[in-house]
Design a protein around this ligand. Structure first.
Ligand SMILES: Cc1cc2nc3c(=O)[nH]c(=O)nc-3n(C[C@H](O)[C@H](O)[C@H](O)COP(=O)(O)OP(=O)(O)OC[C@H]3O[C@@H](n4cnc5c(N)ncnc54)[C@H](O)[C@@H]3O)c2cc1C
Length: 387
């Protein structure tokens, strides 16, 4: 088993780390608190080629894989800039379009995703469906050559920053009459598409929205792929990259929190000359969190390696496990870091409590810990499906 990245990936890690550190957590928080976006960081990352690392070179990308994108997600988060839109736009949308879009769609969308000049966000969750995507109520029906899409979506990240949203809707199968999922690339300014911002208890420059689609008229080529049959495989194509990159973001956030806390506890003294970190009641919880984060990282890079080798089924198991492990490890690391910092842990200045909401959300979204345990129980342990 090789535990080393290749030299290009090591260089990528160093370069992204340096970029992330030039911006840092203070920049991220200032943007969040002023209602701004991380536009400068996003644009610079795009110009340097980091947003398109997983996109083929013929469409302006770096020609690498999800391992490379996981590195970008992890290192920016480790610098205090966990960007959820990396998971949505280059990981989910670019993968779906690259693997299941038409050639015209690849040419139209991938170059902009690769250089960061365009973002495509992703809308599957609905108020009445939640974890159960079989209950999706958003429907696309034919009107001549066009499609008319109606429904509601919730918690959709980054709609205010994006040019398009990849909407999962159900279409009627002409042979069976059954509704089956398909994906549509919908311009965020399409007539009939409206949004309202959700108030979330997460310190982040990236916002979540309710989306209302009221007979949104789309041309035939808004459908991802040549026909509605591309829908289900396209939907599944986005899942592994989503789980792997969101896990990488969690691991990076965990590393960031542990680093902040351990540099503080190594120098803070309140009992004479010894640092508070010399007390095992302080250092052991941090060490325990560091072990959990490192274990999650092993699973993340295993999942990414399997995915890049085309071993999708094995990557599915490893990616789910990685997402579970990283979600738990990140929440533990941030909470432990807050405790180790004492009162300073709750200040904005020390930049740790600002992550509490985000890591808590990471145990729910994009797939909850319970749904991952359901997956593992069913597909790894052979248990009967419980729902
Ligand atoms: C910050 C954030 C960003 C998000 N961004 C996006 C986005 O960009 N696009 C998008 O489409 N969605 C997005 N989501 C939505 C996210 O994917 C959902 O919140 C998540 O899938 C859970 O769905 P739900 O909230 O409806 O919870 P529910 O499905 O209502 O579940 C509630 C609770 O019940 C548990 N539960 C449900 N069913 C079962 C079961 N069978 N067995 C055991 N436990 C179960 C769940 O695990 C959860 O703990 C985002 C959410 C958040 C918080």
């Amino acid at each position: 088993m090789n535990v080393d990245l290749n030299p290009e990936q090591e260089q990528l890690r160093d370069a992204v780390r340096a970029l992330g550190r030039r911006y840092g957590h203070d920049y991220f928080v200032a943007k969040a608190k002023s209602g701004g976006h991380t536009t400068e960081l996003w644009s610079e990352a795009g110009r340097l080629g980091y947003l398109g690392v997983n996109i083929p070179t013929e469409y302006g990308g770096g020609g690498g894989g999800i391992t490379d994108l996981a590195i970008v997600c992890e290192e920016l988060a480790a610098a205090g800039c966990p960007l959820l839109l990396l998971v949505v736009s280059p990981a989910i949308a670019a993968t779906v379009i690259n693997r299941h879009g038409t050639e015209a769609q690849r040419k139209r969308y991938l170059p902009g995703l690769a250089d960061g000049s365009q973002k495509i966000v992703f809308a599957i969750t609905e108020p009445e469906a939640g974890s159960n995507f079989h209950r999706l109520g958003t429907v696309a029906r034919r009107d001549g050559d066009d499609w008319l899409v109606s429904g509601r979506k919730c918690y959709i990240s980054g709609v205010d920053e994006a040019d398009h949203v990849l909407v999962v809707a159900r279409t009627e199968d002409s042979s069976t009459g059954k509704l089956k999922p398909a994906l549509f690339v919908v311009p965020t300014d399409a007539p009939g598409l409206t949004r309202s911002k959700l108030d979330m208890e997460i310190v982040s420059p990236e916002n979540q929205f309710l989306l209302y689609l009221d007979d949104v008229r789309l041309p035939a080529d808004a459908l991802v792929g040549e026909s509605v049959d591309a829908g289900l495989p396209a939907l599944f194509a986005g899942l592994n990259p989503e789980r792997i990159t969101v896990a990488a973001m969690g691991a990076g956030t965990g590393r960031y929190a542990i680093e902040r806390a351990s540099s503080y506890t190594a120098t803070r003294t309140v009992w004479g000359g010894r640092s508070i970190g010399s007390h095992q009641g302080v250092s052991h919880p941090l060490a325990h969190a560091a072990v959990q984060v490192e274990l999650a990282r092993l699973m993340i890079y295993k999942a990414a390696t399997l995915y890049d080798a085309g071993r999708d089924l094995e990557a599915g198991v490893a990616g789910n496990m990685a997402k579970y492990a990283a979600g738990e490890a990140a929440a533990l690391a941030v909470d432990t870091a807050v405790q180790a910092l004492g009162g300073a842990g709750m200040t904005t200045e020390y930049g740790v409590a600002t992550l509490l909401g985000a890591v808590r959300a990471g145990r729910i979204a994009p797939v909850s810990r319970e749904m991952i345990l359901n997956f593992v129980a069913q597909h790894v342990l052979g248990q009967e499906k419980s729902y």
